[in-house]
Design a protein around this ligand. Structure first.
Ligand SMILES: [Zn+2]
Length: 389
């Protein structure tokens, strides 16, 4: 699909309406059937699609309305995966007091946190996202982005000592099957003609930006205590490159999204730090596009981009968590800066992260999300005008 210069897109998630949240609870508690839930989600998705199309963005998503959050949904799609609540997770943590303290200081929404754990050999019971794509594509001519949890995120989240060890003695063993699952999904998505697949790997920032004691974050349960950061980055890189081997250049753009957390609107509790320590990953990962935060000052200087290789940049240009709409001038200025490092045809514009990563804690209102999309579209038009004139 032909895209204009500086295509505008989103990260993926959109706030869930009260109706969708109620339907999620009703489904979980058995008050409505899976089909009834999907019907309610379908309607919500069509509304969100309409908002995105009216705002004029170039690549749309389904707002992840069928998912409780960006990772937990895999439990329903895989065999031998069990959802753990925070209290159940605590059973597997040796130092419960410090884990609870971390949850408290980081303003983690405990009610939102649930973690899929491997309790046996995992495999795909049904596709993870293919059905979501096929539904959305029936209703739009726009290019579609589909988000999937990245292989490192899944490995960190799903390997829970004491639960996973019979099937997988170490997290590296589980990773082999996670790569298999993600490659099967990617094959299906490429065959279906998906325009853009984005792997979410937020937990990479936890390796380099947490304080020395905070070796567990809410981001994925992350019960595997942090090992040496450089080794973990190399491990994460190897997993991603195994997933994308032979998949590039087949019509589907493949990206990785990395951010410093999107679980609270309190910027000060989210992770902070420039991209430099992640360069070994960012420069060597075999993908088309890096989708990165740059609207928040916590992401540091833009000059790190020169060391990312010649990939496309999905430039985070609006903050999904604030109630102030960025100005066209600010966005244009930021894009002019990135143009020093990246050719025009490789610059995409997007928010720093989703507008509703966790169903129970949206980062913004529908109205503000729409306004932020519109301002990106307006800025993209202005930049195209400058470039082409
Ligand atoms: Zn994010």
């Amino acid at each position: 699909m032909t895209l204009p210069l500086f295509p505008v897109t989103v990260i993926g998630s959109w706030p869930r309406s009260n109706e969708v949240k109620r339907a999620m609870r009703d489904k979980r508690d058995g008050r409505i059937t899976e089909e009834e839930f999907q019907c309610i989600a379908d309607q919500a998705i069509l509304q969100i699609l309409k908002w995105q199309e009216e705002a004029g963005i170039d690549i749309v998503t389904d707002g992840e309305q069928r998912r409780d959050n960006f990772i937990s949904f895999v439990a329903e799609h895989l065999d031998n995966v069990q959802m753990l609540s925070v209290s159940e997770l605590l059973e597997y943590v040796e130092d419960k007091a410090s884990f609870e303290e971390i949850l408290g200081t980081l303003d983690v929404p405990a009610f939102s946190m649930s973690n899929p754990a491997a309790v046996g050999k995992i495999s795909r019971k049904k596709p993870l996202a293919l059905g979501d794509y096929l539904f959305l594509k029936k209703y739009t001519d726009k290019a579609v982005k589909v988000a999937l949890p990245g292989p490192y995120l899944l490995t960190r989240a799903m390997w829970v000592e004491g639960l996973s060890m019979d099937a997988y003695p170490a997290k590296e063993d589980l990773a082999v099957d996670i790569i298999k699952v993600l490659r099967e999904e990617l094959e299906d998505l490429i065959a279906a003609g998906v325009e853009f697949v984005q792997f979410d790997e937020p937990v990479l920032t936890e390796l380099v930006f947490t304080q020395k004691n905070a070796n567990r974050t809410f981001m994925c349960g992350a019960l595997t205590a942090k090992a040496d950061a450089e080794e973990e980055i190399a491990f994460a890189l190897d997993l991603m490159n195994q997933v994308t081997a032979g998949m590039l250049g087949r019509g589907t753009r493949i990206g990785v999204h990395i951010c410093r957390g999107n679980w609270s609107t309190q910027e000060h509790v989210l992770l902070r730090g420039p991209y430099y320590p992640l360069i070994p990953y960012l420069a060597n990962v075999h993908i088309d596009q890096l989708i990165l935060e740059y609207a928040t000052p916590r992401a540091g200087e833009m000059d790190a981009i020169r060391d990312f290789g010649s990939k496309e940049i999905g430039l985070g240009i609006v903050n999904p968590r604030t109630e102030v709409v960025e100005s066209v001038d600010d966005i244009v200025e930021r894009v002019q800066e990135v143009r020093k490092y990246v050719p025009d045809e490789k610059i995409f514009l997007n928010p720093d992260c989703g507008f509703g990563t966790f169903a129970q804690r949206p980062m913004n209102s529908d109205k503000m999300a729409v306004q932020k999309l519109k301002i990106m579209v307006e800025a993209a038009k202005e930049i195209r005008g400058k470039v082409l004139s």
